[in-house]
Design a protein around this ligand. Structure first.
Ligand code: AMP
Ligand code: MG
Length: 361
């Protein structure tokens, strides 16, 4: 398949191009498009064959359900039932925006879209191109992140092309995505609302709007042997090709420890990488050093993370050390993604006992 790439500016939307993209989706094709979180790989959510194509294009396990994107509140009841009041409160505050909610599905939603589940994940994005495209496609667009399964989510069209050229009909280039991390997922199908995936909308924000919320234990506890309730969270994700280790501890000790490790690995002939805060980036002697922005700027870190993981690949870093960041606010979501990218390989700086990552590469 030949993939066409077009550019659509969010503040000057070419409606003719959007209509063309919508027509592709209506006839069962695939269109990758920008949202405010990351690029999505879209198909008609109510057409099971389109969903099957999405799974094939991504190489995604078919038990990992897709999020359905809508553009208008009135469309929610077409695909979701038993929507509780708390969900409407959250929607009022954060839709359109980087928030996904899970409900019981209606019969028109094919199991091919929900990975066989009786529940459905729904999001209303705020990106204007995305909203125009959803409307042009008939209102319901299933769209996981537009990367090959296991790769970092794409924040630039360039990375969508890298992963999906030849596998989709059209890629819409809308520049860099604003948030850079996938949506927060809140499950409303149980007794209490539960966060299944942390994101830009934090636990405190959800609690403030909905009154109450829990966070899935599998998200909080990196060593939890409980299966995550968002099926996608159990897979290794966002992983760079090199071996990635997170280093925790007091800042100076972390820097010293990382530099020690780098010296060691370089002597072994490995190409080394570091992910650091701007304040400490120039301390490192690695072959490739990437700055995530100021240490306490979680929003900037969120924007940079996935691009940095891909750049480390592009620059052939074979062993990578990342400073652990403050896990507050959106920083918690950044840490969640970094932990997954590292396959939960965490080292303690200054603690000579815990050298478990040493042999794990
Ligand atoms: P992505 O499409 O890459 O943003 O990933 C979507 C995430 O939403 C995955 O982690 C899925 O497992 C999760 N998800 C989608 N639908 C459901 C659902 N019905 N129940 C639980 N998790 C879901
Ligand atoms: Mg994804």
């Amino acid at each position: 398949m030949k993939t066409k790439v077009i550019t659509i500016e969010e503040n000057n939307i070419n409606m003719e191009a959007v209509e063309e993209a919508g027509a592709i989706l209506k006839r069962g094709g695939l269109v990758a498009f920008p949202t405010e979180t990351v690029y999505g790989l879209g198909g008609d959510a109510l057409n099971g064959e389109s969903s099957a194509r999405i799974y094939a294009a991504k190489g995604r396990p078919s038990d990992n359900p897709l999020i359905i994107h809508i553009a208008d509140m009135g469309d929610l009841s077409m695909i979701a039932k038993d929507v509780p009041k708390e969900a409407y409160l959250l929607a009022e505050r954060y839709w359109p925006g980087p928030l996904t909610m899970i409900f019981h599905k209606t019969d028109i939603v094919p199991y091919a879209t929900t990975g066989g589940l009786k529940t459905v994940a729904v999001r209303m994005p705020s990106h204007e191109t995305a909203r125009a495209l959803i409307r042009a496609a008939g209102g319901f667009v299933a769209a996981p992140s537009a990367n090959r399964s296991g790769r970092p989510s794409p924040t630039l069209a360039r990375y969508v092309i890298e992963d999906l050229d030849g596998c989709v009909d059209l890629i819409i280039d809308g520049g860099q995505t604003q948030i850079g991390l996938e949506s927060t997922i809140v499950d409303f199908t149980g007794e209490e609302p539960v966060i299944l995936r942390p994101g830009y909308v934090t636990e405190a924000m959800v609690r403030e709007a909905a009154g109450r919320v829990l966070t899935d234990q599998a998200v909080i506890d990196s060593d939890s042997d409980q299966a995550p309730r968002a099926p996608g969270m159990k897979y290794r994700h966002y992983a760079p090709r090199g071996s990635l280790f997170l280093v925790e501890g007091e800042t100076d000790k972390v820097s010293a420890y990382i530099n020690e490790q780098i010296a060691l690995k370089r002597r072994q002939g490995l190409r080394t990488g570091v992910i650091a805060a701007q304040e400490t980036a120039d301390r490192y002697t690695a072959d490739v050093v990437k700055s995530m922005g100021k240490r306490h700027d979680g929003e900037e870190a969120a924007r940079q993370l996935f691009r940095i993981l891909r750049e480390l690949d592009d620059e052939n870093a074979q062993i990578i050390y990342a400073e652990a960041f403050a896990g507050e606010g959106v920083g918690a979501a950044v840490m969640n993604r970094l932990l997954k990218a590292a396959g939960h390989q965490v080292l303690q700086a200054g603690d000579k006992q815990d050298q478990k990552g040493e042999t794990a590469q």
